[in-house]
Design a protein around this ligand. Structure first.
Ligand code: CA
Length: 222
């Protein structure tokens, strides 16, 4: 999942970005409302963590502009202002959820997973494709009941693929999901992760669509 963090507090921003990256999310960070507007208008994210009190433009203005463009990217509002009016204003401006600072990282991660489920139209927390089961909450993966240990990056690649069985994801799309700006990226990183996943999970699960990318689910012809 690729996440945009909009936060002007250096300490909160820095620790959140680090925590998200440790969990295998691609996390990018901007520090004011105008930068958030520009990035959201030009790049695609799976979720936005949006502070309300920001320099240049408020979080509410950023949110209204986003929804005004018809952009349905899930947004969690982060606010220190624990007043009913702020929460209502955030939700009315198009937020999907909110968290009042200070919050526990575990709660934020659980809410991100819930947003991911809703965006994918899932009710179950675990994703099942054939005999493969992947649980974003517990980060457990099993095949035919046998547990398989994956690294955070391997898990992120597999999750991106199984969330939309049959959909072909290019290397660039997978890189987008895995890496934030400025994160070091080997040119063949995605191929290496797919290779490792095939070694651990069996080579009949992740298919290559030649010249396009990778997918899971029933093999397509050609
Ligand atoms: Ca702030």
């Amino acid at each position: 999942m690729r996440i945009l963090l909009v936060e002007d507090d250096e300490m909160i921003g820095d620790s959140l970005r680090l925590a998200l990256r440790r969990q295998g999310y691609a996390a990018d960070w901007v520090r004011d409302g105008r930068a958030a507007d520009a990035v959201l208008a030009s790049e695609r994210f799976d979720a936005v963590l949006l502070d309300l009190g920001l320099p240049q433009r408020s979080g509410i203005e950023v949110l209204r502009a986003l929804r005004g463009r018809g952009d349905a990217t899930p947004v969690i509002v982060l606010t220190a202002r624990d007043t009913l009016a702020d929460k209502v204003a955030g939700l009315d401006a198009g937020a999907d959820d909110y968290l009042v600072k200070p919050f526990e990282l575990d709660e934020l991660l659980a809410r991100l997973r819930a947003l991911g489920r809703r965006a994918a139209g899932r009710v179950e927390t675990a994703i099942q494709v054939g005999d493969l089961r992947l649980d974003p909450a517990t980060r457990e993966v099993s095949r035919a009941g046998r547990a398989i240990a994956l690294s955070a990056r391997e898990f992120a690649v597999l999750q991106a693929l199984v969330e939309r069985p049959g959909a072909v994801l290019s290397r660039a799309q997978l890189e987008d999901r895995l890496y934030g700006w400025g994160e070091e990226l080997e040119s063949n990183a995605i191929s290496v992760y797919v290779h490792q996943l095939r070694r651990k999970l069996g080579d009949d699960l992740i298919h290559t669509q030649r010249g396009v990318g990778y997918y899971v689910g029933p093999a397509k012809s050609g």
